[in-house]
Design a protein around this ligand. Structure first.
Ligand code: ADP
Length: 168
């Protein structure tokens, strides 16, 4: 049987346990999952593209079926360049639906050969977003259980560093 694959695009600033859950679910359906990290310098991410790619690499170091790549430009072009016709997206709540629906329809009109595949995370992660994790960390709240251990450490270091710069 030919190998099946899908790409999972996002900002991953930083990767959360919700993202990890979707990647693991994706691996139950596809032989290979390419995590595609969006280069979005205009959005001033907390972590650079390289840092975000490296963190995901570290988390899935023992899983050769997970690949991590940075990308910009049209998602459908990137999907084709990776030899896959499936885009995985996570749906947390109804609030995600409108944006995801629009994007899936737009991608389908740009590239009818590319399908969007939606997956729901475990109920424990339905409230979880990267922006919420960043906010909790900035306020000094507990982020353990929301992100993988190495990410929690890097997040605390980054926020500590940023605070030192702000306070003279
Ligand atoms: P965010 O929306 O948190 O900034 P991304 O842009 O990195 O996240 O999201 C990439 C994809 O992962 C999107 O389809 C998003 O809906 C999904 N996603 C993000 N967080 C979760 C989660 N906790 N559970 C399931 N899917 C998620």
């Amino acid at each position: 049987m030919p190998e099946t694959s899908a790409i999972y695009p996002g900002s991953f600033d930083p990767i959360t346990n919700g993202h990890v859950d979707i990647i693991e679910r994706g691996l139950r359906v596809f032989d290979r999952v390419v995590v595609a990290v969006l280069k979005n310098p205009k959005k001033r991410p907390l972590f650079t593209t390289k840092e975000r790619v490296r963190m995901i690499h570290e988390i899935f170091a023992s899983r050769s079926e997970v690949e991590v790549r940075a990308f910009d430009g049209l998602l459908v072009d990137f999907a084709r360049s990776q030899g896959t016709g499936v885009v995985i997206r996570g749906l947390r709540a109804v609030s995600d639906f409108e944006y995801e629906f629009q994007m899936a329809l737009m991608n389908h009109s740009l590239a009818p050969d590319i399908e969007t595949f939606f997956m729901m995370p475990s109920v424990d992660y339905t409230f979880l977003s990267s922006s919420m994790v960043r906010e909790i960390a900035e306020l000094g709240g507990p982020i353990e259980g929301l992100v993988p251990g190495p990410v929690a450490r890097k997040l605390r270091d980054r926020i500590r560093g940023a605070k030192k710069v702000q306070i003279p």
